[in-house]
Design a protein around this ligand. Sequence first.
Ligand SMILES: N[C@@H](CCC(=O)N[C@@H](CS)C(=O)NCC(=O)O)C(=O)O
Length: 246
Amino acid sequence: MKIIGSYVSPYVRKVLACMALKGIDDYEIDPITPFFGGDEFQRLSPLRRIPILIHGDLVLTDSSVICAYIDEAFPGHPLLPAGPADRARARWLEEYADTRLGDLCIWSLFYQKVVGPLVFGEPGDPARVEKALSEGLPGALDYLEGLAPDDGFLFGEIGLADISIASFFRNAGYAGFEIDAGRWPRAGGLIARLLAHDCFARFLPFEQAQLSTNPQGRRQALLAAGAPLTADTLGTREPRRGVMAL
Ligand SMILES: N[C@@H](CCC(=O)N[C@@H](CS)C(=O)NCC(=O)O)C(=O)O
């Protein structure tokens, strides 16, 4: 099995954490950022997005599709709770995370503060950052505060909904955002418990290797940290704009 996508992407992290939870560790990874994907990358991922999963002759894009596939195709820890109502609630929270938290933590914070300046040499949009910090994220955390338990996870056992939500806050942290635990004790506690869980924590050395190196030194740093890299990469040297931004 092969995963295409950077360890620093929240959507890739979500897939890797779900795989870790299910005990799937027999895979290789090509940890490219989507902007450096070449022609073959675009053939596999028509929206030029990561993650991609390749399993035999099956090629899947979109983290939700991939997580559903691995949950159905592999035994081990179920990613969804039991019962149709809770399963539907969990799927909604996955969707909420992928769209709203993605918009806030990735497009409004991480892209403005990290990706835009580093990849395209463009300054971020301070007004967008400010709106996310003063309105968007407080609103999202108010919502999560009403759902988060004092202990444990959203549906008892850790699962897809927990992982989907927490993954975005790792990137928000990389962009300098910290959850105010006094204002959102339950949501903050849940996200802290999740990000400390082994299914996320095991990838931190790879994320650090990715974040602390330039593209030239990255592969070596990841190999030194023990990342199971593919022999070949779909990455190129020149960045390209995403399809969805056009
Ligand atoms: N709905 C997709 C979203 C994936 C996504 O937006 N990934 C980002 C990386 S964090 C990406 O590839 N962005 C490039 C782009 O949109 O141009 C999923 O769940 O996999």
